[in-house]
Design a protein around this ligand. Structure first.
Ligand code: NAP
Length: 260
């Protein structure tokens, strides 16, 4: 494929998707592969699931890479391994995250601290450090690129049982906006998607349980999102056509929460 005016190819790119063992990350990896990109499927503990993601990808040149994003040295190694395996990372999708319950009224101070530290280490610092490592390689390689963060509606609507999760997602949106400004002179566009409830393995128990009907009723469509609907938004924000959306936080929540 020829290069566009923005310098980023539409297909045949190297794409690193964090947290692609299952759920939204798996759908994002599949969507990029389907349109002809080469994907580095990243996982942490669910290697067998990540192997399944990898095996199902269309096309060739895909790889599996494992790293705990809470470890800054592993983050640096992951960026290097992805660069080498893909021949350069054109698109980084910061999707990996943890959601640790710690309702303030029912959580001990020690558990509260542990939940905050773990959540910040993975959801915020993991994404921040990996963005730095990958962006530096894009700049050094003279490659224009894209970074897309998977944020959350919870950043705006509140997460009463998972306050650290909501806070890190708000911070991730803000990080994306700062990086959008800082990296634009290098031809790197940065944006975030803020999904509402999505039917992934992680939340299947809640959707199938007594609160399932209420969760579906959050959207006037009367359902939750399919992971492929989040992947479609990511694909767009990573495309050459979306350069002018750099800095945006795109709501993908079925009108379940409208920001003013
Ligand atoms: P998920 O199924 O729990 O997947 C999370 C991924 O993050 C897994 O691949 C996991 O790897 C990886 N991960 C967790 N801790 C990690 C660590 N320390 N280092 C590296 N990777 C780590 O989640 P999901 O429901 O698909 O959600 C994906 C993203 O969408 C998250 O950012 C989430 O906050 C966001 N989101 C989800 C929803 C929803 O309703 N599902 C709504 C809004 C936003 P392993 O499995 O290999 O351990």
């Amino acid at each position: 494929m020829g290069r566009t005016v923005a310098g980023l190819r539409a297909t045949g790119r190297g794409v690193l998707v964090t947290g692609a063992s299952r759920g939204i990350g798996r759908a994002v990896a599949a969507a990029f592969a389907r349109q002809g990109d080469r994907v580095a499927v990243h996982c942490s503990t669910r290697r067998a699931d990540a192997e399944e993601t990898l095996a199902a990808l269309e096309g060739e040149g895909h790889v599996l890479l494992a790293a705990d994003l809470a470890d800054p040295e592993r983050v640096l190694a992951l960026a290097t391994e992805a660069e080498e395996a893909l021949g350069g990372v054109d698109v980084l999708v910061n999707n990996a995250a943890v959601m640790v319950a710690h309702p303030p009224a029912d959580t001990s101070y020690q558990d509260w601290q542990d939940a905050w530290r773990r959540t910040v280490d993975v959801n915020l610092l993991g994404a921040a450090h990996l963005s730095h490592c990958v962006a530096r390689r894009m700049i050094d390689g003279g490659r224009e690129g894209r970074i897309v963060n998977i944020g959350s509606r919870g950043a705006f609507r509140g997460e009463p049982d998972h306050p650290a999760y909501g806070a890190t997602k708000a911070a991730l949106h803000a990080l994306g906006q700062s990086l959008a400004v800082a990296l634009a002179p290098h031809g790197i566009a940065v944006a975030s998607v803020a999904p509402g409830f999505v039917a992934t393995e992680r939340v299947a128990g809640r959707l199938d349980g007594p609160e399932g009907a209420d969760i579906r009723a959050q959207s006037p469509f009367g359902r939750v999102a399919d992971p492929a609907e989040i992947a479609a938004a990511v694909l767009y924000l990573a495309s050459p056509a979306a350069v002018w959306s750099s800095g945006t936080v795109l709501d993908v929540n079925g009108a379940s929460y409208l920001r003013t």
